[in-house]
Design a protein around this ligand. Structure first.
Ligand code: ADP
Length: 204
């Protein structure tokens, strides 16, 4: 018998749409240039089998709604127990924990800026979230990482402006660092997905 949970899962799988593009890494230190893959995925970040997923967390790191709540529910209570040991996280910074019941081995928690209209340093703070999350990933030899659209939910950052920052920062990092091989931008819903594809077409 198929219950509602299974139907929902099947529906989410059907909705999971991929768009891939390849980035040629121009950072060539004597070896052949490496091809790195960047993708846009529509669906639930907690279902992804990658080395690390990024959490759009709160300063307390003690859980919340949105993607933060989904990650804590899927990872189980041990995630909250580890987060309690971290003494919070400043906006723009990133801290790492294990993934517990998630398919991802690691969770990188970063705190995005609240949108106050765009003149309060929100852009630079959001860029820092991506840079610092990728720097932590590199320290842990993480090869594949998935990002949600940080700050675009409850924190109110406009999706198009946020996605430009996300894509630009990831591309810059991949061009100047060797270790990370796959980055997935996870969009929760069709409009976010369409927005990412539009911005990618404009930027690349
Ligand atoms: P913030 O407080 O940083 O705005 P939110 O969790 O409210 O964080 O939203 C960030 C983004 O994550 C939003 O675009 C939201 O639609 C998306 N989101 C919510 N749940 C999930 C999920 N399970 N997987 C991926 N993205 C999600």
């Amino acid at each position: 018998m198929i219950n509602n949970g299974h139907l929902l899962l099947i529906f989410q799988r059907l909705q999971a749409i991929h768009a891939d593009w390849m980035l040629e890494n121009t950072h060539n230190n004597g070896e052949a240039n490496m091809i790195k893959q960047t993708s846009v995925f529509q669906g639930d970040i907690t279902q992804l089998q990658v080395d690390a997923i990024v959490n759009a967390a709160k300063n307390s790191l003690l859980g919340g709604g949105g993607v933060d709540g989904a990650i804590h529910r899927a990872a189980g209570p041990e995630l909250l127990a580890e987060c309690r040991q971290l003494n919070g996280c400043a906006t723009g910074e990133a801290k790492i924990t294990k993934g517990y019941q998630l398919r991802a081995k690691w969770v990188i928690h970063t705190v995005g800026p609240i949108w106050y209209g765009g003149n309060q340093g929100e852009d630079e703070m959001l860029a820092k979230c991506y840079r610092n999350s990728l720097a932590v990933a590199e320290q842990y030899q993480i090869k594949s990482i998935a990002f949600p659209a940080i700050s675009t939910g409850v924190y109110g950052f406009p999706m198009e402006r946020a996605s430009k920052i996300a894509i630009t920062e990831v591309n810059k990092f991949l061009h100047s660092h060797q270790s990370i091989e796959q980055v997935i931008f996870v969009c929760f819903g069709q409009s976010a997905y369409d927005c990412y594809l539009k911005v990618i077409r404009e930027l690349t």
